[in-house]
Write a new protein. Sequence first.
Length: 425
Amino acid sequence: MILRFALVLSLTGLATLSVAEPATPSDPAKPKEELQSLRSQIDSLQKQLQQNEATKAEASDALKESEQAISDANRILDDLSSRHAETQSQLQFYKNELSKKRRQTIDSQQHLSKLLRVQYQQGVSSKAAQLLLSNSDPAEAARQLKYYQYIAQAQAELIKQLRQDMAELNRLVADIAQREQELAKIRGQKAQQKDQLQQQKKTRQQTLNKLASEINAQRNEITRLRENEKRLTRLVDQLNRLIEQRQRAAKLAAEKAAKREQQRAQKQDTAPRHTGSRPPEKPARQPATDFGNSGFAALRGQLRQPVQGDISNRFGSSRAEGAGTWKGVFIRTSTGAEIRSVASGQVVFADWLRGFGNLIIVDHGGGYMSLYGHNEALLKQVGTQVKAGDVIARAGNSGGNAETGLYFEIRRLGAPVDPAQWIRF
């Protein structure tokens, strides 16, 4: 884009070579200032890129932590599953033991009942009484009584132990059931935590992808700006050469005019004077470069807006995605609104240009130009002279612009200047 614009500037400079005023030695400083500004933009983008790289590294670390946490959660869930299976196995073992104990208890109870019936039928109690009342050997009677006592005590202890075993097994069953419930609750909590971590991983991955996309876009923007810097450097060189050519041409023309004037004056001094002779010819005047105005520089703060509307972007404000700053202003307006030249001048460009759509450029002389972009229609052709307030285009959103309106710039020797210094917005 800048290369084509440089071509326009070069052609304009060559076309007005014979009519332009000699440039002062300070003129080349303006494009050089823009070049320095562009380099500052690149430095700013590089710093922002470094910051985004650091942010990307932080996001990668966060992603790493999230994935490690998910791995730990999975490991914990596996441990819980193993513990749950072990608990189930223990529970089943205790249930089997309980069933076995119950069978043993039933067998013991049946055996005890049978024994009691036999004792009852045989009258063990009466026999014991008979032993005490009989005249048999007292030692034998004592021994028999002791035996009966052992049997009764063994039966009572058996019943007591069976009851204790049943109570213990019931307690174990209750404890294991409670533990199983707790493990199920923990497992649910861990599953929920895993879902949250996976969502966090997804979010961070999206952030990482977005950062990567932004960094890639910024790298492309820096590459584009570096190419613009190269083109602008070539433009500065071309402008310097044009300025030098104009200075040499103006100096040579002045020397030749002075020499011709001196020779003419000498001839007049030596030639005989005749009454009624023609007066000496005056040197030819060079046409002015302001196309009828009193000088664009004198119009600072007096120009009117090229179109009525709302200012959405101002000169020097930051562009989106860190792509430098605005070199002009964008005025939101309706489609087809009349775009008027801010001052008199000559149309030097009227065509479609990438990034600006239908663009028209008016040269106001003295190195000043005004640019009108994103138009729906261009109403003037190259070479047309216009006056302040003439309708030169109609507003639109050409060039793929998202909003309808006018992009407007003022340039001095190719370098953009703040339009707010010239126009009453």
